[in-house]
Design a protein around this ligand. Structure first.
Ligand code: NCD
Ligand code: ZN
Length: 348
């Protein structure tokens, strides 16, 4: 079986920098027309100048023959100013700002310490129409890691919406039924991205036969009930839910370590992974809107003009890909997956 969809957009992607960027960007540029590029570099992308130079480095790293467009984001800090937001909006290349609660995830040690203390910046974003991308987890040590998102949704998010009713908000990489239910019942300026790995796996994957660092990501995988709720949201045809892979590459050594990094590398064939989910749910005809339409509409961008093909063709995911001066282990390495992007960069 083969399907054709409008070329999709990845509304949440980590591309890293330098040799890592060169190793991974081709995978995404082959499949996707655009991607929202996360700013959590070291040091992070905090102003328009940083975003412009990172944009150029990405463009220079794209293999020839692809018309891929990076949609840049700024990393909000306690000292970000409303003027900086205005400059970013005027630049035309910055499409959103990302809020990492301090300490929530990889490279979030310069994140925002108190979300209630940046009201002037959020007001400026609402005025410019720049969406706020939220890593929606509370980070206090007394909150269980599996409850961090639900507690954020129940405590922080309602206040934020109350204080900034016109701010466009994307709750990123949702992982719980609580988040899906909240977004569904929120006003139309609130949306969510959903990753392929949160649709394909529950938290048992972390411990199947032993501890499995390549399934460790943040937000951490949740229960089967949560996963089924995410599948329902993604395949429901509701425009509030759209594709964002959160493909987050880390070298094999950084993952397979006594203190391994969070992140799953799905970009190698993200659209194939999503096609498997939609097919298994009996909703393959809804993949086009989830992957190629709803995200563009939320960001007020035209849909991509060309189309891509995805084919049902069971195969084994490679054990690794080259990465920097070492290698990267992809999500589901060595396991069978059912669909693939027709022009995959890797041979199967
Ligand atoms: C991301 C990364 O490695 O940059 N990791 C992850 O597990 N998703 C950061 C993030 O999006 O939380
Ligand atoms: Zn991410």
């Amino acid at each position: 079986m083969e399907i054709e969809i409008t070329r999709p957009d990845d509304m949440h992607l980590h591309l890293r920098d330098g040799a890592a960027l060169e190793a991974v960007v081709g995978f995404t540029a082959r499949q996707f027309g655009r991607a929202v590029i996360m700013p959590n570099l070291k040091p992070p992308v905090v102003n328009t100048e940083d975003a412009e130079s990172y944009y150029q480095r990405i463009m220079n790293a794209i293999p020839e023959g692809h018309s891929f467009e990076p949609l840049m984001t700024l990393y909000l800090r306690d000292n970000t100013t409303p003027d900086e937001i205005q400059r970013a909006a005027d630049s035309g290349i910055v499409k959103a700002c990302k809020l990492y609660p301090l300490g929530a995830t990889t490279n979030s040690d310069l994140g925002v310490s108190n979300i209630n203390a940046i009201d002037d910046v959020l007001a400026s974003m609402a005025a410019c129409g720049l969406p706020l991308l939220l890593h929606g987890e509370v980070t206090s040590s007394e909150v269980d890691i599996f409850h961090r998102e639900a507690v954020f949704v129940q405590t922080v998010l309602p206040q934020l919406l109350y204080r900034h009713p016109f701010l466009k908000i994307v709750l990123e990489h949702i992982s719980t039924k609580a988040a899906a239910d909240f977004v569904r019942s929120a006003p139309s300026n609130v949306a969510a991205t959903i990753t392929a790995h949160h649709l394909l796996d529950n938290r048992n994957a972390l411990f199947k036969g032993g501890i499995r660092p390549h399934y460790y990501c943040l937000p951490i995988l949740k229960t089967e009930r949560d996963r089924l709720s995410l599948i329902e949201a993604a395949t429901s045809g509701n425009p509030k839910f759209f594709l964002g892979t959160d493909s987050a590459p880390h070298s094999v050594g950084a993952k397979q370590s006594a203190c391994g990094c969070a992140g799953a590398f799905t970009a190698y064939d993200a659209i194939g992974l999503y096609a498997q989910v939609f097919d298994e749910a009996g909703q393959i005809e809804r993949l086009n809107d989830f992957a190629s339409r709803f995200g563009a509409e939320f960001y007020e961008l035209p849909q991509n003009e060309d189309r891509i093909r995805i084919v049902k063709s069971p195969h084994t995911v490679p054990e690794c890909f080259p990465y920097e001066d070492t290698k990267i282990v992809p999500y589901r390495a060595g396991e069978e997956v059912l669909w693939r992007f027709v022009e995959s960069q890797y041979t199967v």
